[in-house]
Write a protein that binds this ligand. Structure first.
Ligand code: AMP
Ligand code: ZN
Length: 142
Protein backbone atom coordinates (compact mmCIF):
# COMPACT_ATOMS: atom_id res chain seq x y z
CA UNK A 1 0.00 0.00 0.00
CA UNK A 2 1.07 3.58 -0.66
CA UNK A 3 0.03 6.42 1.62
CA UNK A 4 -1.33 9.52 -0.16
CA UNK A 5 0.19 12.17 2.08
CA UNK A 6 3.56 10.45 2.55
CA UNK A 7 6.54 12.18 0.94
CA UNK A 8 8.71 9.05 1.06
CA UNK A 9 6.00 7.06 -0.78
CA UNK A 10 6.12 9.72 -3.50
CA UNK A 11 9.93 9.72 -3.63
CA UNK A 12 10.24 5.92 -3.52
CA UNK A 13 7.77 5.55 -6.40
CA UNK A 14 9.32 8.31 -8.51
CA UNK A 15 6.47 10.86 -8.25
CA UNK A 16 8.94 13.28 -6.66
CA UNK A 17 12.50 13.45 -7.98
CA UNK A 18 15.47 12.40 -5.89
CA UNK A 19 19.17 11.66 -6.19
CA UNK A 20 18.70 7.93 -6.62
CA UNK A 21 21.70 5.65 -6.09
CA UNK A 22 19.90 2.30 -6.31
CA UNK A 23 16.47 1.00 -7.38
CA UNK A 24 14.79 -2.39 -7.71
CA UNK A 25 11.20 -3.66 -7.51
CA UNK A 26 11.07 -3.26 -3.73
CA UNK A 27 13.40 -0.38 -2.79
CA UNK A 28 14.75 2.97 -3.88
CA UNK A 29 17.89 4.30 -2.22
CA UNK A 30 18.37 8.08 -2.30
CA UNK A 31 20.76 10.69 -1.00
CA UNK A 32 19.54 12.31 2.22
CA UNK A 33 18.60 15.97 1.71
CA UNK A 34 20.36 17.03 4.95
CA UNK A 35 23.25 14.60 5.09
CA UNK A 36 25.02 13.71 8.31
CA UNK A 37 28.11 13.03 6.21
CA UNK A 38 29.15 12.99 2.54
CA UNK A 39 27.08 10.30 0.81
CA UNK A 40 24.40 9.80 3.52
CA UNK A 41 21.85 7.47 1.91
CA UNK A 42 18.29 6.42 2.80
CA UNK A 43 16.88 3.07 1.68
CA UNK A 44 13.13 3.43 1.18
CA UNK A 45 10.71 0.56 0.60
CA UNK A 46 8.30 1.35 -2.24
CA UNK A 47 5.40 0.14 -0.09
CA UNK A 48 4.40 2.24 2.91
CA UNK A 49 5.28 0.92 6.36
CA UNK A 50 5.29 3.41 9.25
CA UNK A 51 8.20 1.70 10.97
CA UNK A 52 9.96 -1.59 11.73
CA UNK A 53 6.91 -3.00 13.49
CA UNK A 54 4.83 -2.72 10.31
CA UNK A 55 7.53 -3.87 7.90
CA UNK A 56 6.68 -7.09 6.04
CA UNK A 57 9.01 -10.03 6.72
CA UNK A 58 9.78 -10.28 2.99
CA UNK A 59 10.87 -6.66 2.87
CA UNK A 60 12.85 -7.04 6.08
CA UNK A 61 14.63 -10.11 4.74
CA UNK A 62 15.72 -8.34 1.55
CA UNK A 63 16.65 -5.14 3.33
CA UNK A 64 19.99 -6.21 4.78
CA UNK A 65 21.30 -7.64 1.50
CA UNK A 66 20.27 -4.39 -0.19
CA UNK A 67 21.90 -2.30 2.54
CA UNK A 68 25.10 -4.34 2.18
CA UNK A 69 25.20 -3.78 -1.58
CA UNK A 70 24.52 -0.03 -1.38
CA UNK A 71 26.89 0.46 1.57
CA UNK A 72 29.69 -1.32 -0.26
CA UNK A 73 29.19 0.83 -3.37
CA UNK A 74 29.15 4.01 -1.27
CA UNK A 75 32.27 2.93 0.64
CA UNK A 76 34.14 2.34 -2.61
CA UNK A 77 32.84 5.40 -4.47
CA UNK A 78 33.49 7.82 -1.63
CA UNK A 79 36.55 6.15 -0.08
CA UNK A 80 34.76 6.03 3.26
CA UNK A 81 36.63 4.58 6.23
CA UNK A 82 33.51 3.05 7.78
CA UNK A 83 29.72 2.91 7.49
CA UNK A 84 26.97 3.21 10.09
CA UNK A 85 23.56 1.64 9.49
CA UNK A 86 20.97 3.54 11.52
CA UNK A 87 17.25 2.91 11.66
CA UNK A 88 14.93 4.95 13.90
CA UNK A 89 11.47 3.84 15.06
CA UNK A 90 9.18 6.28 16.88
CA UNK A 91 9.63 9.86 17.98
CA UNK A 92 11.52 8.83 21.11
CA UNK A 93 14.08 7.14 18.88
CA UNK A 94 14.45 10.18 16.63
CA UNK A 95 12.18 9.09 13.76
CA UNK A 96 10.97 12.22 11.98
CA UNK A 97 9.51 10.70 8.80
CA UNK A 98 6.88 8.00 9.39
CA UNK A 99 7.80 5.83 6.41
CA UNK A 100 10.30 3.10 7.29
CA UNK A 101 13.81 3.92 6.13
CA UNK A 102 17.33 2.70 6.78
CA UNK A 103 20.15 5.25 6.96
CA UNK A 104 23.50 4.35 5.43
CA UNK A 105 26.00 6.84 6.79
CA UNK A 106 29.54 6.76 5.41
CA UNK A 107 32.12 7.66 8.05
CA UNK A 108 35.51 9.25 7.57
CA UNK A 109 38.51 9.32 9.88
CA UNK A 110 38.18 13.12 9.86
CA UNK A 111 34.56 13.01 11.19
CA UNK A 112 33.69 14.71 14.46
CA UNK A 113 32.57 11.27 15.81
CA UNK A 114 29.51 12.73 17.53
CA UNK A 115 26.72 11.34 15.35
CA UNK A 116 25.87 7.86 16.49
CA UNK A 117 26.68 8.09 20.15
CA UNK A 118 25.35 7.23 23.57
CA UNK A 119 26.62 7.35 27.12
CA UNK A 120 27.53 3.87 28.37
CA UNK A 121 26.16 3.17 31.85
CA UNK A 122 27.19 0.52 34.38
CA UNK A 123 24.92 -2.54 34.20
CA UNK A 124 23.50 -4.33 37.23
CA UNK A 125 23.74 -8.13 36.76
CA UNK A 126 20.42 -8.76 38.54
CA UNK A 127 18.57 -6.15 36.49
CA UNK A 128 20.17 -7.51 33.28
CA UNK A 129 18.78 -10.97 34.10
CA UNK A 130 15.29 -9.51 34.68
CA UNK A 131 15.43 -7.58 31.41
CA UNK A 132 16.61 -10.62 29.45
CA UNK A 133 13.90 -12.82 30.92
CA UNK A 134 11.15 -10.24 30.22
CA UNK A 135 12.23 -10.05 26.55
CA UNK A 136 12.58 -13.83 26.24
CA UNK A 137 9.02 -14.22 27.59
CA UNK A 138 7.64 -11.80 24.97
CA UNK A 139 9.54 -13.54 22.18
CA UNK A 140 7.95 -16.87 23.13
CA UNK A 141 4.51 -15.22 22.82
CA UNK A 142 5.13 -13.69 19.36
P1 AMP B 1 14.63 9.96 10.59
O1 AMP B 1 14.99 11.03 11.61
O2 AMP B 1 15.26 8.64 10.88
O3 AMP B 1 13.13 9.86 10.42
O4 AMP B 1 15.28 10.44 9.24
C1 AMP B 1 14.61 11.19 8.29
C2 AMP B 1 15.66 11.62 7.29
O5 AMP B 1 15.00 12.00 6.11
C3 AMP B 1 16.51 12.82 7.75
O6 AMP B 1 17.88 12.46 7.70
C4 AMP B 1 16.16 13.90 6.72
O7 AMP B 1 17.28 14.70 6.40
C5 AMP B 1 15.71 13.09 5.54
N1 AMP B 1 14.76 13.72 4.64
C6 AMP B 1 13.61 14.36 4.96
N2 AMP B 1 12.97 14.77 3.84
C7 AMP B 1 13.73 14.37 2.79
C8 AMP B 1 13.59 14.48 1.38
N3 AMP B 1 12.56 15.12 0.82
N4 AMP B 1 14.56 13.96 0.61
C9 AMP B 1 15.63 13.32 1.17
N5 AMP B 1 15.80 13.17 2.48
C10 AMP B 1 14.87 13.70 3.30
ZN1 ZN C 1 5.06 6.20 2.78
Amino acid sequence: MKKDDCIFCKIANGEIGSDTVYEDDMFRAILDLSPASKGHILILPKEHYDDLFELSDECGERLMATAKKVALAAKKALHADGINLVQNNGEAAGQTVRHFHMHIIPRYESDDKTMVAWTPHDSDPEEQKQIASAILKEIKEL
